[in-house]
Each structure stands twice: as structure tokens, then as C-alpha cells.
Design a binder for this molecule. Sequence first.
Ligand code: ADP
Ligand code: MG
Length: 348
Amino acid sequence: MVSKKAAVLAFVGMVLMMAGCSVKSVGKTSGEPQSISVFAMDTYMTLTVYDGEQEKALAEAKAEIERLEGLWSVTDENSEIYRLDNSAGTAQVSDETARLIDAALDMNTMTNGALDISLYPVLAEWGFTNGNYKIPDEKRLSQLLGNVDCRRIKVTGNTVKMPDEMKIDLGSLGKGETGDRVTEIFKENGVGSALLDLGGNIQVIGSKPDGSPWKVGIKDPWGEGSLAKVEVTDCCVITSGGYERYFEGDDGEVYWHILDPETGRPAHSGILSATVIGDRGRLCDGLSTALFVMGEEKAEELWRTVGGFDMILITEDNRLIMTEGLADKVSVYPQYGDIVTEVIEDKT
Ligand code: ADP
Ligand code: MG
């Protein structure tokens, strides 16, 4: 399945070139890059800034990442999410937590339920929260699913109310929001060129120091390395894929960490990876998870009706589907010439 299927190799390959996610370009910068790595939110994050007040920007970013992790961690007993999950269903939270939950609830509506932060107890049952993987018992699964429905969460100011048995986790969009905060901090410190790699969530500021666009790899979902690259400036490129975290069950099947809230089981929508490209990390992160669940048709419909983002979907049947805004920015590497590239257009 996902890991073993031989990567389809061939020769053709497309050579498409690009302009940028937004037209803004910072031009050349002279500074030497400065980077830091932070382990937070269960992943390695690497931040590289090329100009501005580099040291101050990086120090402030690190402190902010750690502060946000302290608010949203599901395992830290002092976090706001832990307190909410382990309360009788009501808790006071900070502005940033209230806003993030609100955004997650909006995205639940927008995606017709595909993104649901109240899936947490189901994810835990599969062992995706601590690595003790197991295939849940059917009865247990349906019992837990009975408590999944984030529409029952109410956010009023800084008060969050939810049913007693409900537990939430912001893992599907927290890293994107963190990237947005780091971007703000960098800009406040005069940074016009930076690359944020938050465990595979890529967010860039401006263009590369030489004025050219950033080249972001789109991972090969069947194997190692990149299958394509996308050239962007001032943009977020966020991918959700079944290959990121999975286990092989005793039955030989592969089970991955993105679940369909309808079934409580790993989502099998025909998509192996969903990349969302846009201005806000929070939206791109939440949507990448949701599109993976929704599949090609519903993803396309969402793009047409709501829009505000571009996407690249890689399907089980070897297609790479991209929205028209990316047609001149994405190039598939020549050895993946068997991949059929499709551009979807907004006919409305
Ligand atoms: P990652 O964090 O691995 O880069 P994602 O942004 O796609 O990838 O988030 C996946 C995480 O979101 C999972 O590890 C799980 O905690 C949670 N999750 C899985 N399925 C859903 C879903 N349908 N709705 C909301 N959260 C989900
Ligand atoms: Mg996500």
C-alpha cells in the first residue's frame, strides 16, 4: 500500500515555470542566513531568517513557539487544552486558544465535518497519540464516535463549553497557526526573507535572498524524496499525507493517522497526499487534513465554492491534480513522468 507501492518512474516530466504565490517580492537582501531548530509540537522546526534583526527575531519566535505549545499541548497538565479536556466541560482560555478553537469550528462547517477537533478520543484509541498502536474494537469505536461532534462546542468570549465526555486536540491546525505567529514576529523584526519549516509545514516570507522564489518540495507519497516542486513567495505550503504517521496492523493493512470523522477509521478517499497553498498557515493546515479526508470531488467543490487557496492532490491512481493558480509554479520531476498531471479550472 502506501509505503510499498513502487514509485512509478518514467521520463516525460513537465517543465513549468512560475511567478509567485503573491506578486510581492523583497528583492535582494545582503544578510547571511541565521537559523535555529526547535523541537516542539512533536516535531523538529527549523527557522531561517536572511535579514532584519535576526537574532532577536529568532529568540522571540522560539519563545512564542514554546508558549503556544504550552497552551495547546494535549499531554502537558498545565496546558489550556489539557485543562479543558479534563474539566467538566467548561474552561476559561486565552484569546489565542479561543480564536483557534473558533477557527477550527468554522473549518468544520466549511468542510462539512471532515475536520473535527473532537476526534481526539478516537485517535487515542488507535494509539496515534502515544505510539501504542492498535486496531480498536468495533464496539468501542462506535461508543467513542458517539461523543465526536465539535458542533456541540460553544465558544463565548474566552469561555469554552463542551460536553463532559468530549476531548479536543488542535493538532490538525495548531502548527499552521504557530507558523502565522512566527511570521508576524519576523515581520515585526524587519525580516523580509525567511523560511519556516515546522515539521514539513513550510511557510515562507518574501523570496530567497537573491530575489528568486522559494522552491518547496512536494513529497513522494510512495517513497522517499520529492516528486515535484512548487515555486512560491510569501506563502504557506502545507501537506497532509498518510505516509506521515502510520502502522501496519496484524492483518497486514496500513493504518494512518488521519481519520474520517464519519467512521472513526483512517480516511480512504483515494488521495495519498493533499497540499494546500495560501496566505494563512492556520487555514492551509486545517484544510490539508480535511481535503485528505474529503477526497478529490469534494475538495474540488470546496475550492470552487469557497476558494481562497490552491491545492495539489496526489491520488492513489497516480494523478497529480492542481488548481489553475499553480499551473505555472509546479514542476513534476522527470523520473515521475508516469504521473498524469491535471489542472482544474474554475469554470464559474
Ligand atoms: P501532521 O500534524 O502529521 O503534519 P495534519 O496537519 O494533517 O498532519 O494533522 C494530523 C493530526 O490531526 C493527527 O495527528 C490527529 O491528531 C489529528 N486528526 C486526524 N484526523 C483528523 C480529522 N479528521 N479532523 C481533525 N483532526 C484530525
Ligand atoms: Mg493539518
